[in-house]
Design a protein. Structure first.
Length: 174
């Protein structure tokens, strides 16, 4: 059976924007697309939400206060449990160099407003697919590391046995 034949677990998104109307619209439309939605009005609320429940992707405004989307991204990248969390930032076209600031902070993607909702969903799916791929690679690496450690132990045990047998052979050949 192909991997696509198995249903994927519902991805959980954290949407962060101080604009309550925008937050409500995004939460409703993304929820209708099948995502689990958590919301926060600012960066500190977002960091708290990250500690409360598992989040698969963060979608935040670049410009918000008191912590900007770029500062929120930086805080996430510095926190070990969340450092690989996909982060997408929304920026207005009138903001100077929004993508540069966002990418410098560690954002994975920047979407300029206004945008087509379908484009947002497609980019979210792309980021989630990449995150799943990275998680699978990390799991494979960890499994390989565990197998390599077991083989090293087995080799050590065989080496000890070989030395013992060699010592026994010498003793008997005297």
């Amino acid at each position: 059976m192909s991997p696509s034949a198995f249903p994927r677990p519902r991805a959980r998104l954290l949407v962060v924007t101080p604009n309550r109307g925008h937050l409500a619209v995004l939460a409703k439309r993304l929820g209708a697309e099948g995502y689990g939605i958590a919301t926060a009005a600012d960066g500190s609320g977002a960091l708290g939400e990250l500690h409360r429940r598992p989040i698969d992707l963060l979608l935040a405004e670049l410009v918000m206060g008191p912590m900007s989307g770029a500062e929120l991204t930086g805080a996430i990248r510095e926190s070990e449990p969340f450092s690989l969390l996909p982060v997408m930032l929304l920026a207005g076209r009138s903001e100077p160099d929004p993508a540069v600031r966002a990418y410098a902070a560690g954002a994975d993607d920047v979407l300029l407003k206004p945008f087509h909702f379908e484009l947002l969903v497609a980019r979210i799916e792309r980021r989630l697919a990449a995150a799943r791929h990275i998680a699978a690679l990390r799991a494979d690496r960890d499994a390989m590391d565990a197998r390599a450690a077991m083989k090293a132990i087995e080799i050590g045990e065989l080496k000890d046995r070989m030395y013992a047998l060699e010592a026994e052979r010498r003793r008997l050949s005297v």
